[in-house]
Structures are given as C-alpha cells and as structure tokens.
Design a binder for this molecule. Structure first.
Ligand code: FES
Length: 154
C-alpha cells in the first residue's frame, strides 16, 4: 500500500497555537497525535516554520519512547515477553503472529493493519502470557487463539 501524501495544513494549525514558542515536546506531541507518527516531512516543516534546528527535533523525537518516526498499523499489538510471560510461552505466540499475519516483531505489516511491539512486563504477570491489543488486555494467550482474535480486527 502506498503512503498517503502528508497534508501540512494540519501542521500549520498546530503551529499557530504555539506561535512564537519553541515548545519542542508539546509541538511534537500534537503533530504525532495529528499524523499518527512524526513523518520526516513534518519534522522538516516544523524546523523551517519555527526555527528549531532539525537536529534538535530529531534528538528529542528519538530520545523519548513516546515518539514514533515510522507509520504505525491501525492495530497496535503489544506482546509481553517479560520473565513470567516468557516462561509461559510468549515467544510461541510472537512467532505465530509474525508468521500468520506477516508482522515482524517490533514492526508493521505491509498493509498497515498491524504493528507489533514486544514489551517486558505489562504489570499483569498473573495473567501470563499477556498481550494488549489496542488497550484491551488478553490474558493466558495461546498462539492459534490470539492469531484468530487478531484476524478479526478491522
Ligand atoms: S512479565 Fe508479562 S505481564 Fe509481567
């Protein structure tokens, strides 16, 4: 699927709110919530329009885990591979998801339907192995079952 063109008008509206302020983190947060991630074109435009050096924007965007520099899938799958989940078979579910849905761990499917992150403890070890899909918690996941549940997502 081809990337959609980036509409920079949305960014102009965001920057209007921060007029004259070099509020790097709030600007990046607003831009990310508008675009879903921080495309290069958007970072360049922020730099040109605010005078904040691109290197500074990139430094902040890469330092904080909250910022994403690549487009994410519509559905975010976070599979826990912390100790409790690992010993209860989380890697088998990760493998099943990778193969069945063609999503690399830590990556996004070609059709941008899914992104999968591996995390190390979701604070629900009693439900291990655990996955959180679009903020919904799935406990005691099993490879085939979680794949079927993920296939049902839009
Ligand atoms: S180790 Fe997976 S939820 Fe804690």
């Amino acid at each position: 699927m081809a990337d959609e063109p980036i509409d920079l008008k949305t960014l102009d509206n965001i920057l209007e709110v921060f007029k004259g302020k070099k509020a790097v983190i709030p600007i990046l947060q607003k831009a990310q919530s508008a675009y879903g991630y921080l495309p290069k074109e958007v970072l360049k435009a922020i730099s040109e329009k605010t005078g904040i050096p691109l290197s500074q924007l990139m430094g902040v965007a890469t330092f904080y885990a909250q910022f994403r520099l690549t487009r994410q899938g519509r559905n975010l799958i976070r599979v826990c591979d912390g100790t409790a989940c690992h010993v209860r078979g989380a890697p088998k579910s990760v493998e099943a998801i990778e193969h069945a849905l063609n999503i690399p761990a830590g990556g996004t499917s070609d059709d941008y339907k899914y992104s999968m992150e591996i995390v190390y403890c979701l604070g629900s070890c009693g439900l291990a192995p655990v996955a959180v899909v679009n903020d919904k918690v799935y406990g005691q996941i099993e490879p085939q079952k979680i794949v079927e549940q993920l296939k049902k997502l839009e």
